[in-house]
Design a binder for this molecule. Sequence first.
Ligand SMILES: Nc1nc2c(c(=O)[nH]1)N[C@H]1C(S)=C(S)[C@@H](COP(=O)(O)O)O[C@H]1N2
Ligand SMILES: [Mo]
Length: 320
Amino acid sequence: MSRYRPTPIAESAITPKSLYLKRREFIAAAAGGVSAAALPSIASAAQLIQPLAAKPSAYKVDDKLTSKEDVTSYNNFYEFGTGKEDPARNSGSLNTRPWTIEVGGMVAKPQVIDIETILKEFPMEERVYRMRCVEAWSMVIPWIGFPISALLDRVEPLGSAKYVAFETLVRPEEMQGQAGIFQALEWPYVEGLRLDEARHPLAILATGLYGETLPNQNGAPIRLVVPWKYGFKGIKSIVKITLTDKEPPSTWNKLQPSEYGFYANVNPAVDHPRWSQATERRIGEADGLFGGARIDTLPFNGYADEVANLYAGMDLTKFY
Ligand SMILES: Nc1nc2c(c(=O)[nH]1)N[C@H]1C(S)=C(S)[C@@H](COP(=O)(O)O)O[C@H]1N2
Ligand SMILES: [Mo]
């Protein structure tokens, strides 16, 4: 395949700078040599994973699927620790029932919707999407979900609403990354989209993958998937959605605005200040020195035909 490239980057090059600086500060402050990596231990409960029926959809890609094993064991979910294996190891403690999402703000019909209602009333589809993390690794994931648009229709956004804000759960008793002295991020994890981006048919709320409900490490019971944007936009374990007229805060943008923009559209032409975005490491594929083949990154992650018109007038050689 012409997209393959033999240009590996070191894993050590991709830890966000502010994070290792914070970690160093923490180590300096901690008396008695407490390890910053040591998270408080929380008893693990069984995960609630069930078969989830979904209609096949026209949304698929030619790329080979990433194995379920890789999709569910190599994750970013800092509420459970900052290591790639931490979420799978630590997220069994999260109780995903009962679970509600509060949908409000600039809407005619604010409501609290139970996850069981969502699973019953929104028709689930399988969507095979590429997922491109800003750290330059990628996967191909068979999600199950439904367009965010369907949920928005239910609450009837007012004409004044221009953005959609999302929030993850805060529950340190069950999320050990929120519990210790070292806190990697400010909680809750927050994200946002422009209303027209959220209304795009590719933007979904995912409730499952590989034919089953979501494992906790992937954002159970419901998370955002916006395949043309860097992975950090795909906020997990959502409890609140708010329609607003102002650009909502975004966790990584707040932490390091020079490195993570609000839009965060996948763009091989605009490098991260500390590494190239021209290529990516496809997890699980042969030949890569760091466990994944190097392939070219595509504009809008390969979804330019569908979404580029959302950004007409924006200079796509610029960082946003
Ligand atoms: N709440 C929350 N959502 C999150 C994150 C996080 O740390 N917390 N990490 C983000 C990042 S950086 C990526 S790449 C994706 C990873 O999704 P996956 O683990 O299902 O592949 O989740 C995103 N959503
Ligand atoms: Mo990411």
